[in-house]
Design a protein around this ligand. Structure first.
Ligand SMILES: Nc1ncnc2c1ncn2[C@@H]1O[C@H](COP(=O)(O)OP(=O)(O)O)[C@@H](O)[C@H]1O
Ligand SMILES: [Mg+2]
Length: 227
């Protein structure tokens, strides 16, 4: 299977007079793989994901996504590359509170020509996703802020998955969920990932989530800046 992410000798620090936050010799993720990186708080997981998405640039090294070295793209090329190729799920505040559930999900296609080309009928696809994620259709017109946190996180999954982006990035998406909601969230996320064959990079401090993943790494083993 082909590589979707290839990281080579990456170093990152927030400012030149401070220590390195990331020092990663190499990391490879193949198409369709589900990678779990667990590491304690402050170990650089969020920084790493921001770098994978091209939001922050490494001080040195290469980050190849599919065939593109994203460190070589201009700011506007990076923005376009990100909206076309990624879907993201964060810890919290995922949705725009004053938009409806439907508008929140549709946003991903409005920001990306590629995603909107991948979806024949956006309205229909949003309904399919809600159904697959076990969310009632009467939520569609509701404002995102009226939903429970568990529902909001599943809507965030729908928004991340719509338009079949190559890479799904998840930053501690279950940390605000209780254990029952968390299990259901993971189950539904993986069911839908399988349908789309997306590659997943998921970070969390919660080791109990490892059982869901095909590939599990301790972030402190990968990130030499912690040593
Ligand atoms: N914007 C920033 N500017 C300066 N330092 C930061 C910034 N964001 C995070 N850090 C520092 O980088 C380190 C790693 O943080 P982070 O990537 O958020 O870790 P994690 O997600 O694993 O908890 C921490 O020491 C944190 O204080
Ligand atoms: Mg973090």
């Amino acid at each position: 299977m082909k590589n979707i992410i290839e990281i080579d000798s990456v170093i990152f620090r927030y400012s030149d007079d401070e220590k390195n936050i990331l020092d990663i010799e190499s990391l490879c993720v193949k198409e369709g793989e589900h990678l779990f990186l667990h590491g304690k708080s402050g170990s650089g997981k969020t920084t790493f994901l921001n770098m994978l998405c091209g939001i922050i640039e490494p001080n040195s090294g290469e980050i190849k996504i599919v065939t593109e070295d994203i460190t070589k793209l201009s700011a506007s090329q990076k923005d376009r590359f990100r909206s076309d190729n990624y879907g993201t799920i964060f810890q919290q505040f995922n949705l725009l509170p004053y938009l409806s559930v439907e508008q929140n999900i549709a946003l991903a296609c409005q920001f990306s020509k590629q995603k909107s080309l991948n979806v024949k009928n956006v309205k229909e696809e949003i309904r399919n996703l809600l159904d697959a994620l076990d969310l009632p259709l009467d939520l569609l017109a509701k404002s995102a802020m009226t939903l429970s946190v568990g529902q909001q996180q599943r809507v965030a999954v729908a928004r991340a998955l719509i338009g079949q982006p190559k890479i799904i990035i998840a930053d501690e998406p279950t940390s605000a969920l209780d254990s029952d909601t968390k299990d259901r969230f993971m189950e539904l996320l993986f069911k839908q990932l399988k349908v789309q064959n997306s590659t997943l990079v998921f970070v969390s401090h919660d080791k109990t989530l490892s059982s869901h993943f095909s590939k599990v790494y301790d972030f402190s083993e990968i990130n030499k800046a912690l040593k």
